[in-house]
Each structure stands twice: as structure tokens, then as C-alpha cells.
Design a protein around this ligand. Structure first.
Ligand SMILES: C[S@@+](CC[C@H](N)C(=O)[O-])C[C@H]1O[C@@H](n2cnc3c(N)ncnc32)[C@H](O)[C@@H]1O
Length: 380
């Protein structure tokens, strides 16, 4: 491997409590495969200064952009998943929080009234035909109990009446994710819906499938307000720009002081599919065919070769916007050792590689592994 390798135990952040790893808007919506903010902060503090411009070409849920803002660094992010862009715009918007709170409370009150009228046990007579919501989505019909689905569809129907539509979508999407007929120990990537009580490995007891969405809407409405308030008190005036695009062909007007990013790894995660409930609920357009290295494609030699070309294409395209000698940081679980070839193909030099220990935190996956932080520079 070119560039010298350093084992850096300080980059594991094993002693950082969960509440800090998921502080303020970072946990506005779940997202599988995100950075811990402390890792981003470490590099941004050491290599950049307030007023600089950085790019995250695989922005995901926007950890780089939010941490950059905290430090007064302007940030540009790009992602192929429209839903991820919604998450990041929602996290980064400057809000009038009084107005937001009114809307969140109003929509919550309305879904509560709907649910009480529709599902209370002492309800008399049959439900009017007009109050029954319908969906064409087989996914929604399969993965949600009848009551949860009605509550979700009602909430969705009132969102266009409010100014902060994207924010309400994020609250609803988060609640929908928690309301799926998924076993508690299988929330990150559930395999099959559970419709009967089941033995729960997470709680060591028999658990029942979720019937309601309302209780999650209540919980996340409150949590969203709290997280937005916490970030408001930390945010700076630094700019945040979000692009929904394929990074291989991204065009930018800014000159950049660096790149900090974590690309998709080969055959690890399907980034559109992990939020299928949101895509189905809101009818958002998917661009799966442009996703680099999806899990569904596997890890064959052909796929790995394609991956090398794709990531090299991203670097070749985005380094055009960098100032001379600007650092490029790539965080990767490079189990196939592909990054030296990627760097060479993109005309970049690896200056060093720092290894960090990662403890995975999904319900089933607990095996620790090493992640590399490559520091590259344009060699042309
Ligand atoms: C490892 S994740 C980034 C996570 C991010 N660091 C965070 O903290 O949330 C990689 C991201 O790359 C995106 N992606 C995959 N192919 C892409 C492409 N061709 N153009 C832009 N983004 C892409 C995926 O949608 C995914 O969100």
C-alpha cells in the first residue's frame, strides 16, 4: 500500500456515550451507515478552518455538513437518494421554531383526533367510507397493521396543508419506520413482517407486533423539536448546500478547500432500500440504478472492478473543484484493498492511512472491524 499506515486508537471513540454520538439533529431520522460526528469533527478541526469550503460527495444523512456548520465551515453535499437529501435539508434548514412547533403540534392533534374517532373501543356505528384511507402500495399493506397504516395515511394526507412539509415528512417517516411489523431485534434491516407475538432476542421475552403509529408520532414530534432547538444553539452562519445528483457528474460553482467523505462500500448496504417505507409512503422517485456498490449487486470480481472505476470517476470529477494540494479524506471499510487502485486511476496519491476500530451497533451485527481513513491529494 502506498502512503504510510498508522493505527490510531483515538479514532475509535469507543468511550463517547451514545447520546453524544447521536447528538441534536444527527438523530432526526435513522440512517444505516452514518459517521459518528466525533470522527468528522476530529478531521475538520485539524485540517480546516472557519470560512473554508468542503465537499462530501456521498453526503448520506449529512453528518459532515452538520459538523462543518458547527465549526463555521461552509459545506456542500451530494447524494443520489432523494430521501437522504430530504433528511439533510430538514436537519440544516434555519427555522422559526415557534412556527414549526405550532405545525408539529397541530398535525399531531389532528392525527390523535382521527385515531380516537376511528379506533376508540366505544365508537358507535360503522366508519364512514370517506374516513378509510387506501393505498396501492403492496409494501405498505404488508408491513403495517391496519390501524398504524390508517394513522400514517391520515397524517400524510394533511402534510400539504403545512409550510414545513419536509420536516413533517421526516417525523412521519421516522414514526413509520418504528411502526413496521418488524421484530424489535431486527429493526435495522427486517427480513419478514411479524403478525403474531414472537420471542424477542432484544428484550428476552414475548413481544407483540406494533399496531399503532400514533404513539411514535407523539414521541418523535417532541424529540424533533428538542433536537432542532439543540442545533439552533450551536449552528453558525456557515452555508450548507445540498445536491440531489450522481456525484460522478456533479458540477459546482465553489472552489473547495477539501473533501471529507465515506463512500458506499462494495455490496454492503442498499441505500434506497433501507428507507423503502418512506419511498412507498411519499411516492419519491428512486435512482437505485445510479447507486454505487449496492448490496444487491454482491461482491464479485466484476462488481469490485466496477466499484473501482465508479469511485475513481467520483474523485476525478470532484477534484476539479479543489484548490491545489487540498486534502481529500476518504473513510472506507476497504476489505478488498481497492483504494490504492482507485487513487491511482483517479490521479491521486495516498499520503497516509489511519486505521480506526469500529464497533457496529445494529441489533444483530456486533462484530468489531477496522475502518481506514485515507488522506489523498491530487497528484496531477
Ligand atoms: C456510506 S454512505 C454516507 C454516509 C454519511 N457519511 C453519513 O454520515 O450519513 C454513502 C452514500 O453514498 C450515496 N451514493 C451512492 N451512490 C451515489 C452516487 N452515484 N452519487 C451520489 N451519492 C451516491 C448513498 O445514497 C449513501 O447515502
Amino acid at each position: 500500500m502506498s502512503g504510510h499506515e498508522i493505527i490510531n486508537p483515538g479514532l475509535g471513540f469507543a468511550d463517547v456515550p451514545e447520546s453524544e454520538r447521536t447528538k441534536h439533529v444527527h438523530k432526526l431520522h435513522p440512517y444505516l451507515g452514518k459517521f459518528i460526528p466525533q470522527l468528522v469533527e476530529h478531521f475538520l478541526k485539524n485540517y480546516f478552518k472557519a470560512g473554508d469550503w468542503i465537499l462530501d460527495p456521498f453526503m448520506g444523512s449529512g453528518t459532515t455538513l452538520i459538523q462543518a456548520n458547527e465549526l463555521g465551515i461552509h459545506a456542500v453535499g451530494c447524494d443520489i437518494s432523494d430521501f437522504n437529501c430530504k433528511i439533510v435539508r430538514t436537519k440544516s434548514e434555519v427555522y422559526d421554531l415557534g412556527a414549526v412547533e405550532k405545525e408539529i403540534q397541530s398535525s399531531l392533534n389532528r392525527v390523535k383526533a382521527f385515531s380516537e374517532e376511528r379506533f376508540s373501543s366505544n365508537r358507535t356505528g360503522l366508519v364512514e367510507e370517506s374516513k378509510e384511507f387506501h393505498t396501492e402500495s403492496d409494501y405498505l399493506k404488508t408491513w403495517f397493521a391496519g390501524r398504524a397504516l390508517q394513522e400514517m395515511l391520515f397524517y400524510r394526507s394533511i402534510i400539504p396543508e403545512y409550510e414545513h412539509e419536509d420536516l413533517l415528512m421526516i417525523v412521519l417517516s421516522r414514526a413509520a419506520r418504528s411502526s413496521r411489523l418488524a421484530a424489535h431485534f431486527d429493526i435495522a434491516a427486517p427480513r419478514a413482517p411479524v403478525s403474531e407475538p414472537y420471542y424477542c432476542y432484544k428484550h428476552n421475552r414475548i413481544c407483540k407486533p406494533i399496531q399503532q403509529c400514533l404513539k411514535f408520532l407523539r414521541k418523535y414530534s417532541k424529540d424533533t423539536m428538542q433536537r432542532l432547538r439543540e442545533f439552533r444553539d450551536l449552528r453558525t452562519d456557515a452555508e450548507i448546500h445540498v445536491f440531489h445528483a450522481d456525484t460522478r457528474t456533479l458540477e459546482l460553482e465553489h472552489t473547495l478547500d477539501g473533501i471529507f467523505s465515506s463512500p458506499p462500500y462494495v455490496g454492503a448496504i442498499d441505500y434506497h432500500q433501507q428507507h423503502i417505507y418512506a419511498y412507498e409512503l411519499f411516492g419519491i422517485e428512486r435512482r437505485d440504478d445510479q447507486e454505487i456498490g449496492p448490496k444487491i449487486g454482491g461482491k464479485s470480481k466484476r462488481v469490485r472492478d466496477e466499484y473501482v472505476n465508479d469511485i475513481a470517476e467520483v474523485l476525478t470529477n470532484t477534484k476539479r473543484f479543489l484548490k491545489p494540494n487540498a486534502p481529500i479524506f476518504i473513510v472506507a471499510h476497504d476489505s478488498f484493498g481497492l483504494y490504492p487502485s482507485i487513487a491511482e486511476l483517479a490521479g491521486c496519491k495516498i499520503l497516509n492511512v489511519q486505521q480506526r476500530a469500529v464497533t457496529s451497533r445494529t441489533e444483530r451485527e456486533t462484530r468489531p472491524y477496522n475502518e481506514s481513513v485515507f488522506q489523498l491529494v491530487d497528484a496531477s
